[in-house]
Design a protein around this ligand. Sequence first.
Ligand SMILES: O=C(O)CCC(=O)C(=O)O
Ligand SMILES: [Fe+2]
Length: 292
Amino acid sequence: MSILSERPAATGLPITPLGPNFGAELHGIDLGRLDDDQVLALREALVAYKVLFVRGQHGLDDAAQIEFGRRLGEVTVGHPVHDSGDVAPEVYSLDSQDNGFADVWHTDVTFVRRPPAISVLRAVVLPPTGGDTNWADSQLAYESLSPGLRAHIDTLTAVHDGSREFGYYLAQRRQGQGNLWEGEVFTSLTPVEHPVVRVHPESGRKGLFVNPGFTSHIAGVPEHESRGLLDILYAHLTKPEHVVRHRWQAGDVALWDNRSTAHYANRDYGDQHRVMHRITLQGDVPVGPATA
Ligand SMILES: O=C(O)CCC(=O)C(=O)O
Ligand SMILES: [Fe+2]
């Protein structure tokens, strides 16, 4: 029996859930021509399903992708330090011929005070095979930890450090001159602290908010303890039961909620070319259980 259940949403969006709570596909809509009710429904579906896949968006170019983003929220510049070259400032281009890989589990740009809430990714050039992307449900992962561990990590904060992935790039390629992100020009990547457990500002659900890409350590505990605990949390977050995997086709767009997910792009396509264009929507300062 197929786990897919065609469920006509009350809102009129044709949503096919990929599981009970995580991931859904949308067919038969044009992201460039949504009416206001559909935009609202999409926004709600994004919080509910955390990652949405929209097929057949062949007409969407960078400008239309940005325009679509503006209907959902405040579009940021593409990245705090990366320069994507000959594209609009809002676009972050991941080009395999320019070291644009995302083969480490991460949540986007958590190394700033207000990480982006939502990302919208469009396939521009796809390899003939491979290059799938995986998303992990950080809320389900949190909820399926034992109560004792949940209570413990509810109290912790962690340090997020963008210099691990982008420090060399900022120093060498950008000569210490990053982009203007929310009024701040990034000349260095100063580590920031976020709660280990994030309370989602819209749904109120708690989720793990640490990621191997940018989290350097848990604050205020010995290094070996931090390492051990993070390893447990990462292994749990990325269990197959918590993950959906998307096999890209031309015209696909994926949208995800960075407040409740992490993701990883498979680097398994050899020398083939792969280009993805991402835009991000402004988020808020992550809040933990103690202050929620
Ligand atoms: O290349 C991909 O599939 C995902 C890249 C990524 O991490 C992102 O767009 O945020
Ligand atoms: Fe990413």
